[in-house]
Ligand binder design. Sequence first.
Ligand code: URP
Ligand code: ZN
Length: 461
Amino acid sequence: MRTLIRGGTVVTAGGAVRSDVLVVGERIAAVADGLDLPAERVIDAAGRYVLPGGVDVHTHMGLESAGTVASDDFATGTAAAAWGGTTTIVDYAGHDHGEPLRQGLQRWMARAEGRACIDYGFHLMVREVDDRVLGEMDALVDEGVTSFKLFMAYPGVYMVDDAAIFRVLDRATGNGALTVLHAENGGLIDLLVARNLARGRTAPLWHGLSRPASLEGEATARAIALAEVAGAPVHIAHLSAAPALEAVHRARERGVAASAETCPQYLYLSLDDLDRPGFEGAKYVCSPPLRPRRHQHALWEGLRVGDLQVVATDHCPFNFHGQKELGRGSFARIPNGLPGVEERVTLLFQGVLRGRIGLERFVDLVATAPAKLFGLYPRKGTIAPGSDADIVVFDPGVERTLQAATHHMNVDYSCYEGMRVRGAPELVMQRGQVLVEGGGFKGRPGAGRFLPRSRPAAPSP
Ligand code: URP
Ligand code: ZN
């Protein structure tokens, strides 16, 4: 099958140029202006941007947490991603204490296989570190699971100590993996949580106030120091706060291979949302928490100048009714996580319209840089001959309102309810197959493929 996408402006991280794109089978065959070649299908993209499919490197489809399960599974969550212009996710697989990493990975593979509508890879969340686990990591890197997340938060559940983090970083200098950190000071946070609950401070706002920005800054600086001593690259997940950004900035200035991602929720939402009346603040409980509004400016600036390289979602939705409500009476029992996989591309595009980032930088943040950093480039993340034909025809002019009534994520609320936005994916294609077109979904659960990833490209300071 040959498809010609004609007359659009092709935007890559390197520039925006009026070009036609020829897709042959699953791949992009040619990108040039005035391509006059035979094709079974011609798509008119005049007045539209032609973007690489989005790459969201932080999702949690069907994650078990706080006695419940994230409401999007691989079928619903990846369909919603496609609606929003994302054609690749890298989800976080996990293992139980004492369970081999591989066994956990196989469980996640089984959840995704036959269900995912878009292509997917996996990181692994590692709960304990010993010689056996380190050996498993070496083998998994060879098989395309090339990044591992360690937690400095959630004592007793996920948290590992500094020595364990160092051992993984040290091992990564040999096996080539990228170590991802959830950087918050979990021990101190647990103490503050217990103290606030004992004082009767049970409302969702106290989730945020129990996890101060300075403790994210401290943990981020500590993670980077460990990576510096090990001589290994490090990636900071879901960075939410100015002190953490400052730690990344200082590290990069002195030549440390540190990278970081933020998420749309930290760019658009704030502590004020956690403080909504009644129990509504529970909709906004995630970790790290939403911050006072002033942090948003710092994060946008971090995106613009390059201290932040990636925007991912940390998509981990729980319904308000029946799930977030588990925490009525104690913010500590509210399942942590927000929906967002569908809105990421559009929300970042608002940053272009508001003059915060350029068009090419937008594409870099939502597609190219995450693909490079996590070993998927140039197969994913760009529009170039030989790359997978993962393409979004994006209409920059269309106006709409974000709302739960019309979104496709399997969750009963939208964090952005009522927000007016401009721009929407008009056609979304993966490997030459149309997934979304003309307001209809044409994808299929099971069409998504597992992506073995290369060793990540070390982040350049
Ligand atoms: O609140 C969040 N982020 N939930 C998902 C799990 C994690 O910590 O990434
Ligand atoms: Zn996460």
